[in-house]
Ligand binder design. Structure first.
Ligand SMILES: NC(=O)c1ccc[n+]([C@@H]2O[C@H](COP(=O)([O-])OP(=O)(O)OC[C@H]3O[C@@H](n4cnc5c(N)ncnc54)[C@H](O)[C@@H]3O)[C@@H](O)[C@H]2O)c1
Length: 444
């Protein structure tokens, strides 16, 4: 099948590469000429495990093409996927300008039937706006072209995106046209071989499903962080509580890890956007507001612990930071808790020596060169001359460090474990002071 994807970011690129891998002819369109040029050279602008191999193979076979030529894209695909960004506006609402710009492009160049598929995360009612924009643009051209607008939200997780796309838990399709649903089913069949995973519903329900899924996951995290804050004050250990509640199948073990707060390009913006949409419908989404407020606070917890430990005297101190990406296996630092910590440390006059297995270039891009930030080549190098260590991302390579080295190297020596990846008793047995999230705070 012929597929066009607008937007070659985390979602568009993965979608394009996976559809091409299944044998489809895919054209990826992006307005970022630099990104397109890199992709044409086989240089993948993001870190996503397995994506480079997939892109290269399909590019070499001629099934995957990258272009800035929107007209070519519109002419190519029966399916026109919209996978552009929907960043938050100042008021928390989703910025639909990129989505609607693509709609306009499709209206400007379409000459035959097209299925326009919203894969970007968009508020309920966006499909109507996309339809209107295409209609309006076609009207300006004075032509009549049939088209459908479908909602097909994406549920992939950065860091496991290829696997999620190739073996989805579900493919949600919002359309009231059974013929369009059939065509999408054919397109997705290779990824849902062992059982049908397509859930077809009306467009608005599909749009809301995506927000509901992310809001639910964000709620789980904020809930656990709230209980962690209680545990800390009550002398209980959240890690024991986590195991205790997770054993109830109605609760389950997934996604109930306390930590330094959720980040990334999705949860923060999607919770905000849903709160905003609720307001537009005259509804005060109090639970969602609390989820966001708890998360905002949680992102400051590590800094507070560090600041308290040093008695508010961080001026001239150096803090080693392990982990910059908002979660492991990605280089994405959008809304990452590390940023909140680093910026608070700078504000307090401290210096940061940071290491992340893949997000160093991204950190350099965000912060540029500055005297109070050293981006170093290894986790050990981050410890040199540091007073304390903060762990912000739970990368596998941080899980079994040389605690003797840590004890010898850190001036204080203290670990602030923002992801509870260590056994406090073990860490303390090496003469290190340990602070986790929601764990009793004993000095060594
Ligand atoms: N990143 C994720 O894990 C994830 C998961 C599920 C859903 N989503 C949603 O998918 C959407 C895309 O997210 P992302 O993380 O891939 O974004 P991204 O910022 O990584 O990529 C968006 C791309 O769209 C391009 N673009 C912007 N306007 C364009 C236009 N008019 N024509 C062509 N290209 C254009 C940008 O240059 C950029 O390369 C968002 O709505 C997001 O909420 C993201």
């Amino acid at each position: 099948m012929k597929v066009t994807i607008f937007g070659s970011g985390y979602v568009g690129l993965v979608t394009g590469a996976c559809f091409a891998e299944a044998g489809n002819q895919v054209v990826c369109v992006d307005i970022d000429a630099g990104k397109v040029a890199r992709l044409q050279q086989g240089d993948i602008p993001i870190h996503e495990p397995g994506l480079d191999v997939l892109v290269k193979r399909n590019f070499d076979k001629g099934r995957l093409k990258f272009t800035t030529d929107a007209e070519e894209g519109v002419r190519h695909g029966l399916f026109q996927f919209i996978a552009v960004g929907t960043p938050p506006e100042e008021d928390g609402s989703a910025d639909l300008s990129h989505v609607l710009a693509v709609a306009e492009t499709i209206g400007r160049h379409a000459n035959e039937y097209r299925i326009v598929v919203d894969k970007s995360t968009v508020p309920v009612g966006t499909a109507d706006k996309v339809r209107e924009r295409i209609d309006q643009t076609l009207g300006e051209r004075g032509v009549r072209v049939e088209f459908d607008v479908v909602s097909n939200p994406e549920f992939l997780k950065e860091g496991a995106a290829i696997n999620d796309f190739m073996k989805p838990d579900r493919v949600v399709v919002g359309t009231d046209n059974p013929r369009t649903a059939e065509l999408l089913k054919t397109l997705y069949d290779p990824f849902t071989r062992n059982r049908d995973r397509m859930i077809v519903m009306d467009v608005r329900s599909a749009e809301l499903t995506k927000y509901a899924a992310n809001a639910m996951l964000a709620t789980k995290i904020s809930f656990m962080n709230e209980v962690a804050n209680l545990a800390e004050r009550m002398g209980a250990d959240i890690e024991k509580v986590r195991v205790g509640i997770g054993s109830d199948p109605r609760i389950g073990y997934s996604f109930i890890y306390p930590g330094a707060g959720y980040g990334g390009s999705c949860f923060p913006k999607d919770v905000k956007a849903l709160v905003h949409s609720a307001g537009e419908h005259g509804f005060d989404a109090r639970l969602l507001k609390a989820v966001e407020a708890v998360n905002k606070q949680q992102k400051q917890v590590l800094f507070r612990k560090i600041n308290d430990f040093f008695g508010g005297k961080l001026q001239g101190k150096t803090i080693a930071v392990w982990g910059l990406a908002f979660k492991p296996n990605t280089d994405d630092m959008r809304e990452a808790p590390s940023r909140e910590l680093i910026e608070a440390l700078w504000q307090a006059g401290a210096k940061v020596r940071a290491y992340d297995p893949v997000a160093m270039a991204e950190a350099g891009r965000i912060y540029g060169k500055r005297d109070d930030l050293e981006l170093v080549e290894s986790s050990e190098a981050a410890l040199d001359g540091a007073d304390a260590l903060a762990i912000v991302t739970e990368w596998q390579e941080f899980r079994s460090p040389d605690f003797e080295l840590l004890q010898r190297t850190l001036a204080s020596p203290v670990i602030f474990d923002g992801r509870n990846i260590y056994d406090p008793a073990l860490v303390r047995s090496f003469g290190l002071t340990y602070y986790g999230i929601g764990r009793p705070e004993l000095a060594s």
